[in-house]
Ligand binder design. Structure first.
Ligand code: ADP
Ligand code: MG
Length: 251
């Protein structure tokens, strides 16, 4: 397996509350990895450790390693801005900026110093095509992103993540607030994007994990109970707790 990210003995505390208990896990490149488990078990926290989003929370202590392309992202010399450009994130609720569709997508590249209009136009078009939104918005790029439907807004957020050419996209229940049609569009999109990106997604929806993920990791109370190919994890869970969860006995 060619792991693009690997966590090793990763532990995290919020104050004196330990939320991650020695998580060791490998994330293969160009696959979709789903993180599943009941609410409060540490999925979002784990996801956020992968691009150091937890640095933004006070009172956090982290030990262990997260290696990205073989280098520990918690080393002091790591440029966190650059890291977050390479490992982007899409949240649960679509959160477009209150600006035009165009500006939403151009924002990241501009922040990273791209000024040429031709270049920005190219990036906006390419990102919106990659997020399967271009055909729906190409004639209204200058209108407010807030006028889009929820599903369109979430695809815009994916375009925004893609616009800075990341390697990895983290998604935290990014279809949870969407209707089934929009969810289906985003699932199709993720299946296409994985040829170019590595996707790590938290999902509450086990059918979704089965439909689109290649690998799956089951978390319970801060512990990684098991991880493996999605097919294997659902057909032959190794741990009783995984079996109980996927058969709907708790969570
Ligand atoms: N910023 C925070 N400060 C303190 N505790 C937090 C914070 N974020 C999450 N927690 C706690 O950490 C635990 C795991 O939360 P979370 O990672 O959000 O779980 P999940 O995504 O699986 O629902 C929960 O007990 C939650 O209350
Ligand atoms: Mg969560």
């Amino acid at each position: 397996m060619n792991a693009i990210i690997e966590s090793r003995n990763l532990k995290l505390w919020y104050g004196d509350h330990q939320v991650l208990k020695s998580i060791s896990m490998e994330i293969p490149e160009h696959e979709i990895t789903a993180l599943i488990g009941p609410s409060g078990c540490g999925k979002s926290t784990f996801l956020k450790t992968l691009n150091r989003m937890n640095d933004l929370v006070g009172n956090v202590r982290i030990t262990g390693e997260v290696n990205y392309n073989g280098k520990n992202i918690y080393s002091p010399e790591v440029d966190v801005t650059k890291l977050r450009r390479e490992i982007g994130m899409v949240f649960q609720k679509p959160n477009p900026f209150p600006m035009s569709i165009y500006e939403n997508v151009a924002y990241g590249p501009k922040t990273h110093g791209i000024r040429s209009k031709t270049e920005l136009d190219g990036i906006v078009e390419e990102s919106l095509k990659a997020s399967a939104l271009w055909e729906e918005v190409k004639d209204r790029l200058k209108t407010s992103a807030l006028g889009l439907s929820g599903g369109q807004q979430q695809r815009l957020c994916i375009a925004r993540a893609i616009s800075v050419h990341p390697s990895v996209i983290l998604m935290d229940e990014s279809t949870a607030s969407l209707d089934p049609v929009s969810t289906g569009k985003i699932e199709d999109l993720l299946m296409e994007l994985k040829s170019q990106y590595t996707v790590i997604m938290v999902t509450h929806n086990m059918q979704q994990a089965v439909r689109i993920s290649d690998r799956c990791a089951f978390f319970l109370m801060g512990e990684l109970v098991e991880s493996g190919s999605t097919e294997q994890l659902f057909a032959k869970p190794q741990d009783k707790r995984t079996e109980a969860y996927i058969t709907g006995r708790f969570g």
